[in-house]
Write a protein that binds this ligand. Structure first.
Ligand code: NAD
Length: 493
């Protein structure tokens, strides 16, 4: 585990010498002291990234040259995937097989953007047809400059990869600020990029607390673009900071995603996808389908099967073989989720399953998979993100009722629908006001497809070619090709 910041290609102690505790959520033990960067370190990191962008080789290389380094990063992550996954489990709590899946996805993300970097070389510059024959115009795409990435704790290395890989592919340089709850794999990424041959200053990694490191980064005038994933309140602060000097911003924020299940659905498949939608990663997933809407006639039978299956989920340390639900990430998050369940009960919700610390697990931030029912539509648990293994289930009357309830949210990240009727699935998918829609499943995520939300769930899209565009500027180059004088001020007689 690393105790220094990665700035300008070297490992440096934080200017103020501070550190913060890294706690294993399964044991509640302090496992490491990570370096606490502050404004001075952020300034050094931004200056290194600025120098690397303005004068260094990275933005001037061909896409093919950049792709070679990105592919090496991907290969090193794959070669080290079990060791990195173990760090992720100690840091975040998730079960080991999920962490291994995340590492493979992170490696895949670097490989995917290596491909797009190469394509940039081969893509002909786009000619723009003009209605004026004396002129010709074309469009070129260029790296946006120095980017800042501020990321959360739920998928530490994967969220870093979603930002670092496209930024590097585009030719940008970057300062990455991971969450203070999960700094371990992000620091390791410094060693990985150095081994892969990334030039100094292209990626700088500063761990630290939100207000002490994140805020100065979002306010720094040397940054051209901020890419943020996290909560709505922090997203609002970052957008306000960015407004001061008109930085380009993309935001991936929270959600309260609905999953609409029609009565013709296969009940076993429905239960499986509900559980995958809310218990994976302990429900700490921005797109988690946390509101399940079930057609009235199926509701009692589905609820019974869901409660029975959820009770069987094996809970324990993420390092234990067979664990399917680990601890929540931190004491703060644990208390927040327990408080939300209590608030739900006080507002009329019934606990159909779970809701407590599992028997026999007295240490660690463990919570049973929890199923709430009968909550009013305006209640806290139905409208606000809980970010834990807590699902709210409600019956609906007909398609129109389901769509109304599903869209009645300030969020619009994801939504899902299940039915044997393909035309109905398609209709409902189009009616959802959400950026990501799943039909007959929930959560599978692909690097090729755009990711992001409507409404308060964010601005912009990550992944796929949309993710690359986040880090590119668009420039028009227009030529006057006529030998004739323009003749506005100076008239030829
Ligand atoms: P958070 O907003 O508390 O923190 C996110 C990051 O912002 C951390 O690195 C933190 O240190 C930093 N930060 C905190 N205050 C800051 C400030 N004033 N200025 C700059 N940076 C600051 O969120 P979290 O608790 O880490 O993550 C949970 C939230 O993130 C949930 O709401 C979840 O929905 C959301 N999330 C969204 C997505 C998505 O793809 N849309 C993915 C993961 C998580």
């Amino acid at each position: 585990m690393r105790d220094k910041l990665f700035i300008d290609g070297t490992w440096v102690a934080p200017a103020k010498g501070g550190s913060f505790e890294v706690i294993d959520p399964a044991t509640e033990q302090v496992v490491h002291h990570a370096p606490a960067g502050t404004a001075e370190d952020i300034d050094a990191a931004v200056k290194a990234a600025r120098q690397a962008f303005d004068h260094g080789p990275w933005p001037r290389m061909t896409g093919k040259e950049r792709a070679t380094v990105l592919r090496r990063i991907s290969e090193i992550i794959l070669a080290r995937k079990r060791e990195l996954a173990r760090l992720e489990v100690i840091d975040n709590g998730k079960p080991m097989p999920e962490a291994v899946w995340d590492m493979e996805d992170a490696a895949g993300c670097f490989a995917f953007y290596a491909g797009l970097a190469e394509e940039m070389d081969e893509t002909p510059e786009e000619a723009i047809p003009l209605g004026e024959p004396r002129f010709s115009s074309k469009v070129v795409r260029e790296p946006i400059g120095v980017a800042a990435a501020i990321i959360p704790w739920n998928y530490p290395l994967l969220m870093a990869s979603w930002k670092v890989a496209p930024a590097l592919a585009a030719g940008c340089t970057m300062v990455l600020k991971p969450s203070e709850l999960t700094p371990l794999t992000a620091l390791e990424l410094g060693a990985i990029v150095a081994e892969a041959g990334l030039p100094a200053g292209v990626l700088n990694i500063v761990t630290g607390l939100g207000p002490e490191a994140g805020q100065p980064l979002s306010e720094h005038s040397g940054i051209d673009k901020i890419a943020f994933t996290g909560s709505v309140p922090t997203g609002a602060k970052i957008m306000a900071a960015a407004a001061r000097d008109i930085k380009n911003v993309s935001l991936e924020l929270g959600g309260k995603s609905p999953f609409v299940i029609f009565a013709d659905s296969d009940i076993e498949k429905a239960v499986e996808w509900i559980m995958f939608g809310i218990f994976w990663n302990q429900g700490q997933v921005c797109s988690a389908t946390s509101r399940v809407l079930v057609e009235e006639s199926l509701y009692p039978a589905l609820l019974e099967r869901l409660v029975a299956e959820a009770a069987k989920i094996r809970i324990g340390s993420g390092l234990e073989e067979g664990t399917l639900l680990g601890p929540l990430v931190s004491k703060g998050q644990y208390d927040k989720v327990l408080a939300a369940i209590e608030r739900g009960k006080s507002e009329g919700a019934a606990v159909a399953g779970g809701g407590r610390r599992p028997a026999g697990l007295n240490t660690g931030y463990f919570l049973e998979p929890t199923i709430l029912t009968d909550m009013p539509e305006e209640s806290f648990v139905w409208t606000e993100e809980i970010f834990g293994p807590v699902v709210c289930v409600k019956p609906f009357k007909d398609e129109a009722d389901a769509i109304r309830m599903a869209n009645d949210s300030r969020f619009g990240l994801a939504a899902a629908v299940m039915s044997r009727d393909k035309a109905r699935c398609e209709r409902v998918a189009r009616a959802f006001r959400a950026g990501i829609v799943w039909i007959n499943c929930s959560q599978p995520t692909f690097t090729e497809a755009p990711w992001g939300g409507y409404k308060q769930s964010g601005i912009g899209r990550e992944l796929g070619r949309w993710g690359l565009s986040n880090y590119l500027e668009t420039k028009q180059i227009t030529s006057f090709n006529s030998e004739e004088p323009w003749g506005w001020y100076i008239k030829s007689d």
